[in-house]
Write a protein that binds this ligand. Structure first.
Ligand SMILES: [Zn+2]
Ligand SMILES: [Zn+2]
Length: 181
């Protein structure tokens, strides 16, 4: 494990959230899609199942995406702004059989608020450890999805949306076309 468990979970969830407005178009088209996202990333706490909750979550995405494209000083500004705006106050808590981890806003805060603060706290860890280079853009041509590389050898190049496979197929075809097996 490179980072604390909650940091890694938050980074994976933030990456997935940004990519719900990525190469595959709108992946949070309705409340049901947000429900599925909530379950997939093991969120807990307040969940309203409403259009306004969905809208708030969608609106968070461009702000988080900016973190992947920004210089470190701007990343810091975004993280600090998110923490300040949501009045983040880190507290260690345990719930649902999870060991002690940090929550910086109450569990009954709106979902988009918790997503924003969790992402900001996790990115803050990356900044402190000098690991912002783990945030990358998928290398597959014209993909544009964001990637978080949590591999030990920093080898992750493609997003979760199948670009690794696409790249392998492209490379295979190129070899065949060149007459090499
Ligand atoms: Zn928790
Ligand atoms: Zn990709």
């Amino acid at each position: 494990m490179l980072f604390a468990h909650d940091t890694e979970c938050s980074l994976i969830a933030a990456t997935a959230l940004v990519n719900t407005a990525g190469r595959d178009g709108e992946l949070l088209p309705d409340v049901a899609a947000l429900d599925a996202f909530f379950t997939r990333h093991a969120y807990s706490g307040r969940h309203e199942h409403t259009d306004s909750e969905l809208r708030a979550v969608r609106q968070l995405r461009p702000r988080l995406r900016r973190i992947w494209h920004a210089e470190p000083s701007e990343v810091v500004a975004i993280v600090n702004a998110l923490l300040l705006e949501h009045r983040a106050l880190p507290q260690l808590i345990e719930h649902d059989d999870e060991p002690y981890h940090l929550h910086a806003v109450p569990r009954d805060a709106p979902l988009a608020t918790r997503m924003a603060v969790e992402a900001a706290m996790a990115i803050a860890d990356l900044v402190r450890m000098g690991e912002l280079s783990r945030l990358r853009i998928c290398e597959y041509p014209d993909c544009g999805n964001v990637v978080v590389d949590l591999s030990r050898n920093r080898s992750r190049r493609f997003c979760e949306a199948g670009c690794g496979n696409r790249a392998a197929v492209t490379a295979y075809r190129a070899r065949r076309a060149a007459g090499r097996p």
